[in-house]
Write a protein that binds this ligand. Structure first.
Ligand code: ITT
Length: 183
């Protein structure tokens, strides 16, 4: 089965493809773009995106909104993760972290499954961890060089796709999506 992933992010596409290939689903990236509204939750952003895409696209698709919530920064960058990454990036986050000793953080992922004429079905995944002292590793994307998943000593950027998928927020939300699609 072919499943379109509406995203402009190649890293996400690679992770979803790796995971869903296990149940013979061929994830095809489609960079249609959709407005990422300013909202209080990732769920709202994802649901708005689904509505928007459904107006012009009549096939089965998934899209995802994700974010990094840092305890010591009161949940920042959270729903603003994309904007913050493109402006101050990992270096800017590490600079902000100099003001706090609490390096705990959580990555959240919300996948939305869109079917023509139907409300989206949501799948949520979370990965607790810590923000590293320095950037490490060159794999992955986004905040991967500064995020160490709980119980590990390496950042996501120091892991291969399949290892990151074993612990990550996206790996968990995709696991739930896989269970749903298999039923
Ligand atoms: P879309 O086209 O799918 O929206 P995006 O890169 O804009 O791609 P999001 O809005 O979901 O994705 O992500 C918010 C930000 O968080 C963005 O800058 C990502 O790079 C970053 N991010 C999301 N998931 C991540 C992960 O697994 N590892 C590192 N950074 C991640």
């Amino acid at each position: 089965m072919k499943l379109y992933f509406i995203t402009g992010n190649k890293g996400k596409q690679m992770e979803a493809k790796e995971k869903l290939s296990k149940i013979n689903i061929d994830v095809v990236q489609k960079n249609l773009g959709y407005p990422e509204i300013q909202a209080d939750s990732l769920e709202e952003v994802a649901c708005y995106g689904v509505k928007h895409i459904q107006e012009s696209f009549d096939k089965l698709f998934i899209l995802e909104d994700a974010g990094l919530f840092i305890d010591g920064l009161k949940g920042f960058p959270g729903v603003y993760s994309a904007y913050v990454f493109h402006t101050i990036g990992c270096k800017g986050i590490l600079k902000l972290m100099e003001k706090t000793s609490n390096r705990k953080a959580v990555f959240r992922s919300i996948f939305a499954y869109g079917q023509p004429g139907e409300k989206p079905v949501l799948f949520i995944g979370e990965c607790p961890g810590t923000i590293s002292e320095t950037e490490k590793g060159s794999n992955g994307f986004g905040y991967d060089p500064i995020f160490i998943p709980g119980g590990k000593t390496r950042t996501f950027a120091e892991m291969q796709t399949n290892e990151k998928n074993n612990y990550s927020h996206r790996g968990k939300s995709l696991e739930k999506l896989m269970n749903f699609l298999e039923q």
